[in-house]
Write a protein that binds this ligand. Structure first.
Ligand code: CFM
Length: 537
């Protein structure tokens, strides 16, 4: 099913002209004649429009910092920001003997009116003292919320003093919610600080064993990272650090010794991948462990990079064994899913990543998009030089790094790397648009009105999005599968994840619940009338 230009015009016509002008740039129909059409992204949502976006604090503390388990993450601000980010992103983390894990806690300075009036620095310093005394974390982060920026608390000074007092690293993040147009700004702020102050601070000079890698942009939602690590370890890779799912500050400090960085979520962590390349000479490879085919491709790309006969053999052995184990189970579920259609609208990477997994089940993604991704996530990294910075993007400093004189070394000859780039996505991400099919819709920063309208137009069999819109969609009689938190399920990555996903999605379709729901528009009488502009006729 596809939408015609004419139908799209009808949709636009319902918007006020100013909104229409703006939204036209964010909505595309994939058209074979224009291979990679331009889309506007990472710009402000018009105030008043209900979208799914979050804030810079959410991207910094919630997404990138939050999953690091051996640090205590302090939210400096009134209690709401800490409370509503407590446990809602299902970034799981293992505990064990001698493992510090504070992921299940929420820490806030709980600023009151008096702190807003007289300043909250003393309260923050006292809280750090308390945290060190009670929990003894390996390091601490402080994330600023909006009021902190407004009243001008100097969190950097508080962090510096606390670091001297306690002898542990205390990092301050000026990630006030308003710092950018979405959580994407917060990713960038967190990335900058990790490159500057954490990565490369460890003592290791050499990788501890062969095939050492870092896994970037994997946050272990519902256990995704554990499934990916299981596969990688079985093949023979040594995972030095994961950024940041079930991650640790201690391990990240030695990330500089790896031979390759894998990038799962390009949007949230491409800055780190890029800067590590410049600083330490580690190339990065775009991978995708969502879906059987994508997982296999990623594993084979990695084998090509390392170019080792034993590793390649083991890669194929694991692939063959895993596929033989999971495919028959998936095939059973796929019978329920055949010829269905989906909307796949997620934050910044999953709108693309999950399309392959849907396809493997016989489900076609007819509308996809991102809440806050940039043009490169749609059109590929080749467009980066042509993206014009605006006032909002200039708000986040672009960190300048130089090669580390002591620790920079090439992982392979430039010629060999160039050869490899022709075969596998090294230091590159071609974006989502090229994978979308003719006639399908690409929407940036989808809003509530458009969600309603596109559902009426396209009648998808399943809607994949988040908590903010799932209930509205379910009330329309359409199953909704959250692809942020995975509801209460997961992992969805790797081989085991594909089975879980197939089970959950087919359960959604097969549930008798939908027979008890009548979409509201089927019962509502449609009144027609005319405006009487002429007065009292
Ligand atoms: Fe990356 Fe993510 Fe995503 Fe993201 Fe997020 Fe998330 Fe996401 Mo929700 S880091 S961009 S900021 S893959 S929390 S684990 S699911 S919007 S698509």
């Amino acid at each position: 099913m596809a939408v015609t230009e004419k139908e799209l015009e009808v949709l636009f016509a319902k918007m006020p002209s100013k909104v229409q002008k703006n939204r036209r740039k964010h909505i595309l129909i994939k058209n074979g004649e224009v291979e990679n059409p331009e889309i506007e992204a990472n710009t402000r949502t018009i105030p008043g429009i209900i979208t799914n976006r979050g804030c810079a604090y959410a991207g910094c503390k919630g997404v990138v910092l939050g999953p690091i388990k051996d640090m205590v993450h302090i939210t400096h601000g009134p209690i709401g920001c800490a409370y509503y980010t407590w446990g809602t992103r299902r970034n799981k983390a293992k505990t064990g003997e001698h493992v510090k894990n504070f992921v299940n806690y929420s820490f806030s300075t709980d600023m009151q009116e008096k702190d807003i009036v007289f300043g909250g620095e003393k309260k923050l310093a006292a809280m750090i003292d308390e945290v060190v005394e009670i929990l003894k974390p390996n390091a601490i982060t402080i994330s600023a919320t909006c009021p902190v920026g407004l009243i001008g608390d100097d969190i950097n000074a508080v962090a510096r003093e606390a670091q001297k007092r306690h002898g542990i690293q205390v990092l301050a993040f000026s990630c006030e919610g308003y710092k950018g147009v979405s959580q994407s700004a917060g990713h960038h702020i967190a990335n900058n600080s990790f490159v500057e102050s954490v990565i490369g601070q460890g003592d290791m000079e050499e990788p501890p064993s062969k095939f050492s890698i870092n896994l970037l942009g994997e946050y272990n939602i519902g256990g995704d990272g554990w499934e990916v690590e299981r596969i990688l370890k079985e093949i023979g890779y040594n995972v030095i650090s994961v950024m940041t799912g079930d991650g640790s500050w201690e391990k990240m400090r030695n990330a500089h010794v790896a031979e390759l960085n894998l990038v799962q979520c390009h949007r949230s962590i491409n800055y780190i991948a890029e800067k590590i390349e410049t600083k330490y000479g580690i190339p990065w490879l775009k991978v995708n462990f969502i879906g059987i085919e994508a997982t296999i491709k990623s594993l084979r790309d990695m084998a090509l990079y390392f170019d080792d006969p034993e590793l390649t053999r083991k890669t194929e052995e694991v692939i063959a064994r895993e596929v033989a184990r999971v495919q028959p189970v998936i095939d059973q579920y796929a019978k329920i899913c055949q010829n269905k259609t989906a909307f796949c609208f997620v934050g910044g990477s999953r709108g693309h990543h999950f399309q392959g997994l849907f396809r493997e089940l016989g489900i076609e993604t007819i509308l996809a998009g991102y809440e806050f991704a940039h043009r490169d996530d749609y059109e590929g990294r080749a467009v980066i030089p042509s993206i014009k910075p605006d006032a909002d993007s200039k708000n986040i400093p672009d960190l300048h790094v130089e090669p580390d004189l002591k620790r920079f070394h090439l992982r392979m000859s430039p010629e060999k790397l160039e050869e490899l780039k022709k075969k596998i996505p090294i230091n590159d991400y071609p974006g989502m648009n090229i994978d979308m099919k003719e006639g399908h819709i690409i929407v940036d920063d989808l809003n509530h009105f458009e969600t309603d309208e596109f559902i009426k137009l396209l009648k998808p069999d399943i809607f994949s999005s988040g908590i903010k819109d799932k209930y509205v969609v379910q009330k329309m009689g359409i199953p909704a599968k959250q692809l942020h938190s995975y509801d209460y399920s997961g992992p969805y990555a790797g081989f085991n994840g594909a089975v879980n996903f197939a089970r959950d999605v087919s359960m959604g379709f097969a549930s008798p619940t939908w027979n008890f729901i009548t979409p509201p528009w089927q019962n509502t009488p449609v009144l027609t009338g005319e405006m009487n502009e002429g007065g009292d006729k």
